[in-house]
Ligand binder design. Sequence first.
Ligand code: MTE
Ligand code: LUZ
Ligand code: MOS
Length: 765
Amino acid sequence: RAVGVPRAHESAALHVLGQATYTDDIPELQGTVHGALGLSGKAHARIVSTDFARVRAAAGVLAVYAVGDIPGLNDCGPIIHDDPVFADGVVMYVGQPIFIVVAETHDQARRAARLADIVYEELPAILTPQAAKAAQSYVLPPMRLARGEFRQAFEQAPHKVKGELYVGGQEHFYLEGQIAYAVPKEDKGMLVLCSTQHPSEMQHVVAHALGLHSHNIVVECRRMGGGFGGKESQSALWCAAAAIAAFKLKRPVKLRADRDDDMLVTGKRHCFHYDYEVGYDGDGRIAAARVDMVTRAGYSADLSGPVATRAVCHFDNTYYLSDVEILAACGKTNTQSNTAFRGFGGPQGAIAIEYVIDEIARNLGRDPLDIRRLNFYGGEGRNVTPYGQVVIDNVIGALVAELEASSDYRARREDVAAFNRASPVLRKGLALTPVKFGIAFNVTHLNQAGALVHVYVDGSILVNHGGTEMGQGINTKVMQVVAHELGVDMAHVRATATDTSKVANTSATAASTGADLNGKAAQDAARQIRERLAAYAVKLYGGDVEAVRFAADMVFVNGHEVRFPELVQKAYLARVQLWSDGYYATPGLHWDPVTMSGNPFSYFVYGAAVSEVVVDTLTGEFKLLRADVLYDAGRSLNPAIDIGQVEGAFIQGMGWMTTEELWWNEGGKLMTHAPSTYKIPGVSDCPDDFRVALYNNSNATDSIHRSKAVGEPPLLLPFSVFFAIRDAVSSVGGHKVNPPLNAPATSEEILNAIAAVEAAVAQGA
Ligand code: MTE
Ligand code: LUZ
Ligand code: MOS
């Protein structure tokens, strides 16, 4: 079997040898010149005048292009076309591109970009989601999902909890920054080599910006050094700007962002502010829940609509909520336009209910795990989500029970309490948090994919599909699927760069669906070739087509054994078509955006994590001591890759929850725009004891070999780190007070929470 086995990433050797080519490593063509963007210095202002004389006079400069120089449309936004390539009359955030300067070298372009003389007339700026809400400033109409009678159920509930929470955004910090290399071709053709999760979208954006058709443009991406959602829509600006310059100059133009520009220009994970009201009974069972969320969308819509929708559809997480009202608004602010980031709003929806459950448990003096379990989906009449999808594959109860036992949760709860009794300064905390995550694009039509499989006369196999490789191992999984289908070792299969001229009209590799969709499409292509080969083999050797077997590089037919390449050779001479396209569209999906109901997801994945931390109550520092994770990857296509995905997402999510703080000054300038001021987890932040396992399960839905998606959902697992920190802080007040802890739980935030707990205790709480 080529599937279901641990196999190394198809480029692992190239990665470690430094031989894997990223866009910037592609040998440059003769005549290549380099671009840099000139950025707005104001959060919101009218551009009174622009003077590029000093830019043009700078060493090596060849040209400057601004809004008036765009041959086609000044638009690089997805869905709702409200994102200009270059500012047109007004600037809407500090960092918004106003022009591109092209010079002989990268360094010359960067130096020149700073020399523009721009006169602004400043306008009032809105910087926070709360301010946007107060001003009713939204990029899209607010959304509402309701079931049952929240208000009535809340009023009747014996216990109530109300409060607010703020959860910050997150910079993608892909190791490879945004980059596009635009190469003009004959007769209005343009080849764009770039780092993107969405080659088809780049093709459309470049065609529109140049006033051309899609068939003029070819977009190619062999791999990214990480995307994490940040290259789903926001690679478009870089592609468009490079292509405009290349088109005008008739020379290849490379536009590579340095880290500060990348962080200043591009959007990030959406931060959220929540107001919540929840009613519950004496056991801790939720009777009524209401959340009012507002997010910082930034200056344009980008993907904020689907992100907010996913937040709404993940507020329930693993819990059945009978009477519920969920509100979400996308605040229009004078900041970067926030975008997709691993989880796509799902984590921001689910964290709110986890915060509430944590409070309920503390109010009742119970272990939060007991309150969580009490509210799980499952049991009579408790399996329909607030948006109307029936949960048919629920395994959360059994999965959590397994993790509770394997992590020794109950005994360690005692140990932590004993430690804290004897330790006034260092405090330990423990938490178990569960995850349920819906798989499919919540925009139904995006759930389709295509692939192309070529079997060459020598028996070697080439696969091309619409998905993009960002390190997650999609090519490895697709190669495994093709190898499995044709009964050959994976070593005989090669995957090539994603290319819009090979597979057309692809969706972004996103929503964790890449391997699901493209794996099915590649399987469809390979199966057609196998069927033709099987029919031909029966012609040669007789027997039943259904009985022909492809395995171990051999074909078994009617008592004969033929080597796969030998059969291929014969089939070629007999004029059998040895290549095929393949296509897949996920069945059973529908969604009504008006009522916010339907069947948006193909299936759910589940998982849970236990984290144990120690907090220094004098400095606010914390250390994750041990993490135990159990993740439901169905029948994993590749357990080695899936465990790697779970580990990576866990650490990335821990960074979001703890150290990664985005901070804008009063003028709206993002001051945390480099690793000197923005702290992602380092290797020493990983727990010494990290136990990641896959839950033994099979997908109830007919997914590719019954596997389940793994890309995004594990990002929610380190909620357990956040709640373990909150547990440690809570111990300072004898677990009598709910610590007001926002995310990220930086040292400063932890110290503030400790001070608040101590103050409440001093007042006799
Ligand atoms: N893993 C790596 N190494 N690099 C990435 O950029 N992106 C994540 C996840 N895992 C990412 C990653 C995101 S946001 C998504 S949606 C999925 O991979 C996309 O890939 P898949 O659908 O093929 O799993
Ligand atoms: N929906 C979704 C989307 O659930 N995930 C995505 O990444 C996405 N991208 C674009 C539009 N809808
Ligand atoms: Mo992932 S945020 O869906 O690219």
